[in-house]
Write a protein that binds this ligand. Structure first.
Ligand code: NDP
Ligand code: MG
Ligand code: MG
Length: 341
């Protein structure tokens, strides 16, 4: 059984006694900064020169520093810039100021696991990874709840790294829900596998194929959209509440029987073998190399793939249809429907 920690296992005063720099003010960055501040922690936001995020952080009442100044000032430096930029930020503006006893923290183990960031001795290296998008991390905290975090310690130079990690997790609301102990390797590999094969990659492909099959067979795209995309949320909510069993309990007997007989026809054992190949590429570092290699090449492949995804007919159908809904979702992110590029 995984080791879990709750409110009584973490001492908030540890992080309250530290100066914390949060590098990046995006999805995770704004949530960590605001939750930490509301927990009585001294926070400064670190951004690059001319950053589009500066205005936002300042409007939210934060002092914004350059990354170098923040790294010099802080006891704890949490890196919440995109994974592909972290090694450059670290080498140029953080590493020179890492004096003994400081802590470097991450919300995803990518750069440590694959060796893009190498931290000198004498520094605590922590992972506090909320298992939700940043906007949910903030929303739940404000509502008095929290998102489960997973925490790890790669280097415990001070002997206090675990207590510091748990204290940080408490300050962002994680121990309200429960915190699970892991390692950088386990977090990185399972996170990448989950998002690639099931959550993002697998689900997106499944939805697109479902939409293609129905529309190619002559059904209306709007109806196809509802059946394969819109309703997905309702099904996933049930799984989230009570596992696959609750989902099957709630749907009709017809749907449940169809689940049993047709699910394995669509997702064949071959798919499981494909998943294993994806996992192997994550473990070997081949995926990381491809991602970072493309980034070093200006992110050309990434941009092409994004444009191709945005061009899929289901996107246009959904965009038009969502405008016609009588209700509007509470969307508290910066995303503007139809304008991602
Ligand atoms: P975002 O893409 O939302 O963060 C972008 C922020 O980083 C912006 O404020 C951006 O500022 C800033 N930034 C970009 N480049 C630099 C730079 N060179 N120097 C300083 N700041 C920079 O990132 P996420 O929040 O999605 O991810 C952050 C980390 O959290 C990653 O390690 C990710 O894996 C992890 N994570 C993310 C989750 C999520 O919900 N998204 C969930 C769990 C973990 P600018 O305006 O200048 O571009
Ligand atoms: Mg991830
Ligand atoms: Mg139906």
């Amino acid at each position: 059984m995984a080791e879990m920690f709750y409110e009584q296992d973490a001492d908030l005063s540890i992080i309250q006694g530290k100066k914390v720099a949060v590098v990046g003010y995006g999805s995770q960055g704004h949530a960590h900064s605001q939750n930490l501040r509301d927990s009585g922690v001294e926070v400064r936001v670190a951004l690059r020169e001319g950053s589009r995020s500066t205005q936002k952080a300042e409007n939210d009442g934060f002092t914004v520093l350059s990354v170098a100044d923040a790294a010099q000032w802080a006891d704890v430096i949490m890196i919440l810039a995109p994974d592909q930029h972290q090694r450059t930020i670290y080498n140029d503006d953080i590493k020179p100021y890492l004096t003994e006893g400081k802590a470097l923290a991450f919300a995803h183990g990518f750069n440590i696991r694959f060796g893009y960031i190498e931290v000198p001795e004498g520094i605590d290296v922590l992972l506090i990874a909320p298992k939700a998008p940043g906007h949910t991390v903030r929303r739940e905290y404000v509502a008095g709840r929290g998102i489960p975090d997973i925490v790890a310690v790669e280097a415990d130079a001070t002997g206090g790294a675990w207590d510091l990690a748990l204290s940080y997790a408490k300050a962002i609301g994680g121990t309200r829900a429960g915190v699970i102990k892991t390692t950088f390797t386990e977090e990185t590999e399972t996170d990448l596998f989950g998002e690639q094969s099931v959550l993002c990659g697998g689900t997106s492909q499944l939805v697109q194929y479902g939409f293609e099959v129905l529309t190619e067979a002559g059904y209306q795209p709007e109806i196809a959209y509802f059946e394969v995309l819109h309703e997905l949320k309702l099904i996933v909510d049930l799984m989230h509440e009570g596992g696959i069993t609750k989902q099957r309990w709630s749907v009709s007997d017809t749907a449940e029987y169809g689940d049993y007989v047709s699910g394995p026809r669509v997702i064949t054992p071959e798919v499981k073998e494909n998943m294993k190949a994806v996992l192997a590429d994550i473990q070997s570092g081949a995926f990381a190399e491809r991602f970072i290699g493309d980034q070093d090449n200006g992110g050309k492949e990434f941009a092409e793939l994004r444009a191709k995804g945005e061009g899929h007919p289901i996107e246009e159908t959904g965009r038009e249809l969502r405008k016609l809904f009588a209700w509007k979702d509470d969307v508290d992110s910066d995303y503007v429907d139809g304008q991602t590029a």
